[in-house]
Design a protein around this ligand. Structure first.
Ligand SMILES: Cc1cc2nc3c(=O)[nH]c(=O)nc-3n(C[C@H](O)[C@H](O)[C@H](O)COP(=O)(O)O)c2cc1C
Length: 312
């Protein structure tokens, strides 16, 4: 059973990838994720300069969903360079460097700083729903803004493929993806968190999160992820790779996202519920299902729903 995926010249030993922002920002934490079976790791969103996040409480979880307004804290590009440099010395699996900025110009500057470290892919977070108070509507909410960021990053990215991380909180994610593709995007990550949502403490009658609202992740968002991935795949005629992310907890969840059009599978919130070795578990579950179905190569499944529908 071949679970590996080669995307734009980069080989992942299996399709599971650590989603951005979930597990530290140190070389040793990424290495730990690789030891736990991940096929690749994504850094948390990296800013040009230090950026402070939101005060606690900034995350709450139930078995159905997690609501977070961590606020994307980060020490800035110089610190990231140290950690990525250390990781590169002994790199067990490919590294996807995720970047964020407050303006088109700063996306370009941040990308230029990170590209020097030769990450395998750049992932451009234009879709965080919990920094709207600080920076306004995410760039992912407008095709023109999303395309402008893509263009600015592509200008400095050289040979490093650029994945644009899209938001589910839009009317037509396919149109946004198409605009980014025309601006030179090499692939997409979908989805970032949903909402924002809110939770209220009954006794204090106040929102639980200090930021009042936060982005939803976890099992409850999987159907939204599936629909968004399918829409992006259709809009771009299945020509660009998609890192499908959102609510994946089991191998069957991962396979469902692949049938919608995902090539790799981001896993975030499930680390909290299934444990650090969720990557190993999900990979084994995918493998067992494929064996039962007589599938020899996981790559065959990508976009399978569209192929079946088109043949009907
Ligand atoms: C606590 C937390 C922090 C996150 N931080 C980031 C981040 O820094 N950058 C980013 O692009 N996405 C971030 N995300 C979004 C995840 O990468 C992912 O897109 C989302 O949680 C859906 O996947 P999941 O349901 O597997 O968690 C964060 C999510 C959570 C729960």
């Amino acid at each position: 059973m071949n679970l590996s995926q080669t995307i734009l010249g980069v080989t992942f030993r299996n399709p599971t990838v650590l989603a951005s922002g979930i597990w530290g920002i140190t070389a040793s934490s990424w290495q730990e994720v690789a030891r736990n079976g991940a096929g690749g790791v994504t850094t948390k969103s990296l800013w040009l300069k230090e950026h402070k996040g939101h005060k606690n409480p900034c995350i709450i979880s139930t078995e159905h969903w997690t609501l977070n307004a961590v606020g994307v804290p980060d020490a800035g590009v110089e610190k990231a360079k140290e950690e990525i440099g250390d990781y590169n010395k002994e790199k067990p699996v490919p590294l996807i460097a995720n970047i964020i900025a407050d303006s088109v110009e700063n996306y370009g500057k941040t990308a230029a700083g990170i590209v020097e470290l030769k990450p395998d892919f750049l992932e451009v977070n234009i879709s965080c729903p919990n920094v709207e108070d600080e920076f306004g509507r995410p760039f992912a909410c407008s095709a023109a803004d999303a395309a402008a960021v893509t263009k600015a990053v592509k200008k400095v990215s050289g040979k490093v493929p650029v994945f644009i991380k899209l938001s589910p909180n839009v009317e037509n994610i396919g149109a946004i993806a198409l605009a980014c593709a025309k601006a030179g995007a090499d692939g997409f990550t979908a989805i970032n968190t949903v909402g924002p949502g809110m939770a209220i403490d009954l006794r204090s009658r106040m929102p639980i999160l200090s930021n009042k609202v936060g982005g939803l992740s976890g099992p409850g968002i999987k159907p939204i992820a599936v629909k968004c991935i399918a829409d992006i795949y259709r809009a771009t005629e299945g020509k660009l790779p998609i890192i499908g992310t959102g609510g994946v907890h089991t191998g069957e969840d991962a396979l469902e996202l692949m049938l919608a059009g995902a090539t790799l599978i981001g896993i975030g919130t499930a680390i909290g519920t299934r444990g650090e070795d969720v990557f190993k578990k999900v990979t084994e579950e995918m493998s067992a299902w494929c064996k039962e179905e007589g599938i020899k190569n996981i790559a065959e499944l990508v976009g399978g729903m569209h192929k079946t529908m088109d043949n009907e």
